[in-house]
Write a protein that binds this ligand. Sequence first.
Ligand code: ADP
Ligand code: MG
Length: 259
Amino acid sequence: GAGADPLLTVEQALMQFGGLKALAGVDLTVRPGTIHGLIGPNGSGKSTMMNVLTGIYKPTAGSVTLARAGGAKRLDGRTPSEIAASGVARTFQNVQLFREMTALENVLVGLHHSFRGNLFDAILGTPRRRREEREQRARAMAILDFVGLGPLAQVEARNLPYGKQRLLEIGRALALDPVLLLLDEPAAGLTAPDIAELTAIIRKIRDAGITVILIEHHMDVVMGLCDRVSVLDFGHKIAEGSARAVQEDPKVIEAYLGS
Ligand code: ADP
Ligand code: MG
């Protein structure tokens, strides 16, 4: 809710590539249980922010803090796998799947990050190991059902229509059991019916208690989904508020007209 402490706090994030400040000191707070939109013209720093949040880039300066039950956890300076283990999952602007694996196998790969089997079990195929494998497959199937891919579980990722590949990527991210899910332009290149399906699933994810940061160019998707929106331009945050308020903000209109 509006009064809750933030789940994610970014303070003065600076990301410098040579002389270019892709992020020029950005503050961002994301409240738990919300869909937080991140918008801005091409090259404004949206994907860079995702990469900083997930440890792909180490910020030149600034901090990223995630609130957890045991206390606040600093994420900046951690590796991508440490950050994923802290409960932050993502999808990429360009679909990244194991193309030769089935939809089910792609989700199982995500689940294996949290798998606590030991080598002895793995080699001998002990009953406990076999039971855990059955449980993992059941969980993977539940995730595929959640994103509407249950009937396509045995189809190789490369043979799925593009819209379904997008949903599979979200399913694989959900397999990490995240508290925070980052989606980088999930609606890019999708047809209108695909966008409607995606929108419903993102809303379902939020309603399941997972906080979402959504980078999106389709303003109707942003308007329909986002509880709050931050706007970047040339690495600066130029506006923040409800989707409606930022859409009518003269600074935002000017930034888009200039791009
Ligand atoms: P957006 O996702 O908002 O379109 P990006 O975050 O991808 O923008 O890029 C912001 C700016 O940072 C752009 O000028 C881009 O060229 C630059 N940039 C992003 N990543 C790198 C990198 N690894 N090396 C150099 N420049 C980069
Ligand atoms: Mg981008």
